[in-house]
Write a protein that binds this ligand. Structure first.
Ligand code: HEC
Length: 392
């Protein structure tokens, strides 16, 4: 490596440092969210996510008070199998459990000469016995199941599940996967909103961008200036008139209404970007195509679309992320009848209180697709960032 090369590398150093720093700042909380969403509620409530890998789960009050006779596997006494759900259901509350422990068994105190657990410990034991084994391990998928099917944390689980006193099982979960309160249903709704609301505006913007860049028609400049000006119209300003219009035309609460709204607000910027991008393509290319007798439609399909792919992809990412993360429009025009993911999450924030491990799972579910989209299209994204800025 000669001097010049070393200098070049050194000049790049600050950029690299900033990129790495940004990545760390972004990645660490994301990892924390992921780890938290995989931990059982008791662990989330008592220790930070970074301890999940190192600390052993403490034995817990069951281990202290009951394991001696009932065994760590809870099955040591065949007549009192503590893994039996029917038996557990009888002592699902700390008061019932304490009452049982105070009673004598065969003329002997239940606990022998051991002290009784305190009310808090009894509650912990009761919840330990109630939960399935998964909930007591270091990591669990229960938060995701709860989030997907829309249960509000473990405690209301049995009430929500038809089986009543039965401990939660997979069948009971699956039957509820389309529960309108869950993220599973909301995911489908979000997809239904986002895909057309991304595709339609970009398709029309590509048409319009082509027209503005390569067609000669009267008032072209004026129309384009108007479009650029339209970008400053705040979305909130139009909520009332449009929702009244939708109410008259029966579009309120329909997917079509949301698609139209996002199309309207996505298009000005999309057209602006497409025109500027297409305007930088070499003129000779188009002229020779027209001379060869190509129609506008052929030119558009065979020249414009392939060449404009970087711009289309970066627009696609932006529009997709914007619509996917949008709460306001979905709230106003879809509301709770067809809830999307953002709506569901905002609902959880206000109603969950202590059960926020479900919220972390829900949040992670909702960022999964944007991350996939981003990483699979990021190649275009970087190129599209430069769209229009570099002539080429
Ligand atoms: C000193 C030993 C001992 C300890 C400690 C002990 N148990 Fe028991 N437990 C027993 C025996 C013995 C039985 C009765 C088995 C039988 O029915 O013959 C029993 C029965 C039970 C039953 C079944 C009651 C029924 O309705 O059939 C439950 C539930 C139970 N224990 C819970 C607990 C819990 C929870 C703890 C810890 C807080 C605990 N036990 C601690 C010895 C013990």
């Amino acid at each position: 490596m000669n001097r010049d090369q070393i200098n070049k590398q050194l000049n790049k150093l600050p950029t690299h440092a900033i990129v790495i720093l940004t990545m760390v700042i972004w990645a660490v909380p994301t990892l924390g969210l992921l780890v938290t969403s995989l931990r059982p509620p008791e662990a989330v409530g008592s220790s930070g996510w970074w301890t999940a890998f190192t600390t052993q789960r403490t034995a817990g009050p069951y281990e202290t008070y009951c394991a001696e006779c009932h065994g760590t596997d809870r099955k040591a006494l065949p007549q009192a199998d503590l893994t039996n759900p029917e038996l557990i259901a009888k002592y699902s509350r700390s008061l019932q459990l304490l009452a049982l422990l105070r009673q004598d068994i065969n003329g002997q105190p239940h606990m022998g000469n051991m002290p009784l657990p305190t009310a808090q410990e009894a509650a912990d034991i009761a919840s330990y016995l109630r939960d399935d084994d998964q909930a007591n391990s270091r990591f669990t998928l229960n938060n995701y199941i709860d989030a997907l099917v829309g249960y509000r944390g473990r405690s209301s689980y049995t009430a929500d599940c038809e089986a009543g006193t039965q401990p939660p099982d997979l069948k009971c979960n699956l039957s509820d996967i389309l529960n309108p309160r869950g993220m599973g249903r909301a995911f489908i709704n979000s997809l239904f909103v986002t895909l057309p609301a991304t595709f339609i505006p970009i398709l029309f913007a590509a048409f319009a961008g082509y027209a503005f860049a390569w067609l000669d028609f009267k008032g072209r400049f004026l129309l384009f200036a108007l479009l650029v000006g339209l970008q400053v119209v705040p979305l909130q300003m139009t909520l009332v008139p449009i929702s009244r219009f939708y109410a008259q035309t029966g579009l309120n609460g329909t997917f079509l209404g949301v698609w139209l709204f996002h199309t309207g607000f996505g298009m000005p910027y999309a057209i602006y970007l497409m025109r500027n991008f297409l305007g930088t393509l070499p003129r000779d290319l188009f002229e020779s195509a027209y001379l060869d007798g190509a129609t506008h439609w052929t030119v558009f399909r065979q020249l414009v679309v392939p060449l404009a792919m970087p711009a289309i992809a970066s627009l696609g990412i932006f529009q997709f992320l914007w619509v996917w993360n949008d709460l306001l429009v979905a709230l106003v025009f879809l509301g709770g009848t067809t809830p999307v993911m953002t709506y569901q999450i905002s609902n959880m924030v206000t109603s969950l209180g202590s059960g926020w491990q479900v919220l972390t799972a829900a949040a992670f579910l909702s960022m999964l697709l944007p991350m996939i989209v981003f990483f699979s299209l990021q190649r275009y994204f970087v190129r599209g960032l430069l769209a229009g800025s570099v002539k080429g």
